[in-house]
Design a protein around this ligand. Structure first.
Ligand SMILES: *Cc1c(COP(=O)(O)O)cnc(C)c1O
Length: 467
């Protein structure tokens, strides 16, 4: 049975099911597997050509252990990915010699977060149905996570889902994806404040243990281990279909909270033949600066045209630091204490490990727009601004290395129609929504405006779930 430990070393050791239901550890840390299973090269090779769901089963099974029977887990995977608009789920598209896009935007909310959220919804509901318990999901979002969570949990019998988003500060598509579902267990809350306010109130709720236990609060933000695990699957799927393990594949990942690229790191730890793992940031570049200078220092957040990567600090980076510091929970706890007052210096040993593991680069706003234009001209592919950040940084890294290296895969994390203003500004083309959601602008909206006030929020949650 696989066990999960906290990066700060003080929280109880949990099973997969407990780690999924808990989200943030009670010592403030993040759960990671005690040991990452390693697959033989033949095991990876045998996955080439298999369906996404079959690859997901093989990759996730050792991590979830006997949480579900094999038949049950296969059923959950089938349901999770049935609503995707592409039979391949995560198709590869070539945009230049040796450079591929992994399209992760064919899910119900048009961003990669659907890959993890859909299967988590299914796994949580199955576990709860067995125990007869209910949980309350509360999430804070700058846009993509909230819509993906609502889409994944809508109508599930044992779950209420509350999503806090900053009033007036998400895109219209993102807002409508959160406010138009009609199911009674969905609660879209527009907070009178910023995304940071929403996230701070969410943290406060989790730190109020009486409230947390009383409403059986569960979190699905990107620090939930089950989300990372579900994202490992598409690294394996892409790599084996491009010739791994016989040839190594590199990945460039548009990065915000470091959840997505950390999944790539786990895939490599499992033995997948990954060459480079490249962190791509927009002008909110704390990670790129840290990789270059060794100083992990916050510098505020400047809005960008790739808003899902607008972060001051990357919460999942803690997981990489945990390994880089030899899994020393006390050291991580001390670093996170320093982070509260602005930042810390990464030790020389840890920095060497991180540099041996990740490359990095940043992309300015002008470069993002220019990359959307150039990629359209050179390949016919219309990128969303996040994918464009990835493509630009990938090109910089491909240019710096010899052509005998294996293929580069850039993760296209959202559909261009999710960010139509920036795409139109860059290319002159206003990308339409896929036909299956073309009526999004006609559906009635349902949302509650809430003050930036913890007590009021907790009262509202209690009242809605009638505990
Ligand atoms: C969430 C998101 C990202 C950043 O992913 P992380 O796991 O937070 O690094 C990038 N692009 C899009 C479109 C996203 O929604």
């Amino acid at each position: 049975m696989m066990r999960y430990i906290s990066t700060r070393g003080q929280a109880p050791v949990l099973t997969f099911e407990q780690a999924m239901m808990t989200g943030l550890a009670r010592d403030g840390g993040l759960y990671v597997p005690e040991v990452v299973p390693v697959f033989a090269p033949e095991t990876f090779a045998a996955l080439a050509g298999q369906s996404y769901e079959d690859v997901a089963f093989a990759v996730m099974k050792p991590f979830i252990g006997d949480t579900f029977t094999d038949a049950e887990f296969r059923g959950l995977l089938t349901r999770a990915y049935a609503g995707f608009g592409h039979a391949a789920r995560a198709p590869l598209v070539q945009i230049a010699p040796n450079h591929f896009l992994l399209e992760l935007f064919h899910g119900p909310t048009l961003a990669f977060k659907d890959f993890a959220m859909q299967i988590i919804g299914q796994m949580m509901q199955a576990a709860l149905a067995r125990s007869g318990e209910r949980i309350t999901i509360v999430g804070a979002t700058s846009g993509d996570t909230g819509s993906a969570a609502i889409e994944a949990f809508r109508g599930l019998a044992n779950v209420d889902v509350f999503i806090l988003y900053p009033h007036g500060r998400v895109s219209e598509v993102q807002r409508r994806q959160m406010t138009t579902p009609t199911e009674a267990n969905v609660h879209a809350l527009a907070i009178d404040g910023s995304f940071d306010d929403a996230q701070a109130r969410l943290k406060d709720m989790f730190n109020d243990f009486a409230f947390r236990d009383g409403v059986r609060l569960a979190g699905v933000n990107s620090i939930n281990w089950a989300r990372v695990l579900a994202q490992v699957v598409y690294y394996v799927y892409a790599a084996v279909n491009l010739g791994a393990p016989a040839r190594k594949v590199s990945f460039t990942v548009p990065t915000g909270n470091f959840g997505d690229i950390f999944a790539g790191y786990i895939a490599r730890k499992m033995g997948l033949a990954i060459d480079q793992l490249v962190i791509a940031t927009n002008h909110n570049d704390i990670l790129d600066r840290a990789m270059r200078s060794g100083d992990y220092k916050t510098d505020g957040v400047r809005p960008s045209i790739s808003p899902s990567m607008d972060i001051a600090v990357s919460s999942n980076f803690e997981r990489a630091l945990f390994d880089a510091y030899g899994r020393d929970g006390a050291a991580i706890d001390a670093l996170m204490g320093e982070l509260k007052s602005g930042g810390f210096r990464i030790s020389q040993g840890a920095l060497s490990m991180l540099r041996a593991t990740f490359a990095s680069g940043r992309c300015s706003e002008e470069e993002t727009l220019a990359t959307i234009r150039a990629t359209l001209a050179n390949s016919g592919q219309l990128l969303c601004p996040h994918g464009a950040v990835g493509v630009k940084v990938a090109e910089d890294h491909m240019g710096a290395h010899d052509a005998n290296r294996g293929p580069m895969v850039t993760l296209a994390t959202a559909h261009p129609a999710k960010f139509p203003d920036a795409v139109e500004q860059a290319s002159g083309i206003r990308p339409p929504l896929p036909p299956r959601m073309a009526d999004l602008y006609q559906r009635p909206e349902r949302v509650t405006l809430v003050p930036n006030d913890l007590q009021a929020l907790m009262a509202l949650v209690r009242e809605r779930i009638a505990i």
